[in-house]
Design a protein around this ligand. Structure first.
Ligand code: SAM
Ligand code: GLN
Length: 290
């Protein structure tokens, strides 16, 4: 007979030996997934015996995590982001905590920038993945209309499902295509966590990322800034005067990326680089000249 305590402790040991970074947390999250309960409940039922079916299902999860480095979010099929859960599939990038900083900055701009005060603005997201950024902003900021693109039809199917689950499907137009996907309207705000890894850096990423996140979600080309370069060029035409773009980028990239916007012949006139919670330069905010 195996109790919750036995299962968690044994699995933690196994995951630690396999070199998993947070073995105890992962063991608890995965058992919570099997028992459909949160970690607090696990502690309340610490001495409760597991059924044979639960043990078999848990063994499978732990093996996937330890032997194949499959991320917890992929095993559970969901990930918490900002205030809600988002479905994750093999076609989608797993939302990361630092990306919540994009949502926070977009909401800050929507709250205080004069040109974003009009009730019905167009907000565009490039590379929406699970849809987590657009859906989270839409749920906090009423009245705006969203367009979100991705090159991956599989990711868009999941993003649509997440939008439906959170009740904002009527406000987000999901479109398949590259970057702005031929859109020719006017935009007040553009948000993006684009693929920004340098192509030659991908093999050096942790296995959870390099083997499990879709390649298209990571590969930003030779210097990691291919998508950003296109956005800087197209933004000149699409952004309204005083409109903004907000990016998540990789370490040190926000400065290089800001130069791409500075080189656009005065089309952009404000550039802010901001740090994430780990103290790394992570976000870039640029304003279309008024
Ligand atoms: N926005 C999601 C998030 O933050 O969790 C996903 C971000 S993921 C790092 C980048 C996404 O951009 C992937 O879903 C990928 O398929 C998509 N993508 C890659 N190249 C693209 C392009 N040229 N145009 C539009 N989307 C692209
Ligand atoms: N943050 C991702 C990582 O952990 C990279 C995401 C991206 O390219 N946007 O490597």
């Amino acid at each position: 007979m195996l109790t919750v305590a036995d299962a968690v402790l044994k699995s933690t040991d196994y995951l630690r030996k396999k070199g998993i970074e947070s073995p105890r947390l992962d063991a608890e999250l995965l058992l919570g997934g099997i028992l459909a309960c949160d970690r607090m409940r696990l502690y309340m039922e610490w001495q409760k015996p597991l059924t044979d079916l639960e043990v078999a299902a848990y063994r499978d999860f732990i093996k996937r995590r330890g032997a194949e480095n499959e991320p917890v979010a992929r095993i559970l099929g969901k990930r918490a982001f900002y205030k809600r859960d988002f479905e994750v599939t093999p076609d989608t990038f797993v939302p990361r905590p630092e990306t919540e900083g994009v949502v926070e900055r977009a909401l800050m701009l929507l709250a205080k920038e004069p040109v974003l005060q009009h009730p019905r603005q167009n907000i565009f997201e490039v590379g929406t993945g699970t849809g987590c950024i657009s859906i989270s902003i839409a749920l906090e900021a009423d009245g705006h209309h969203f367009i979100a693109t991705d090159v991956s039809p599989g990711a868009l199917a999941t993003a649509r499902k997440n939008a439906r689950k959170h009740g904002v499907e009527a406000r987000i137009d999901f479109r398949q295509g590259s970057v702005f996907a031929g859109y020719e309207g006017s935009l007040a705000l553009v948000v993006s966590n684009p693929p920004y890894i340098r192509a030659d850096e991908i093999p050096t990423l942790p296995p959870e990322v390099r083997s499990w996140d879709p390649h298209a979600a990571l590969d930003g080309g030779r210097d990691g800034l291919d998508v950003v370069r296109t956005m800087a060029a197209d933004g000149v035409r699409l952004l309204i005067p005083g409109g903004w773009m907000v990016f998540e980028l990789g370490e040190a990239q926000p400065h290089t990326a800001a130069d791409l916007f500075r080189d656009a012949g005065g089309a952009y006139d404000e550039f802010h680089v901001e740090k994430d919670l780990a103290g790394l330069d992570r976000y870039l905010m640029v304003r279309r000249s008024a």
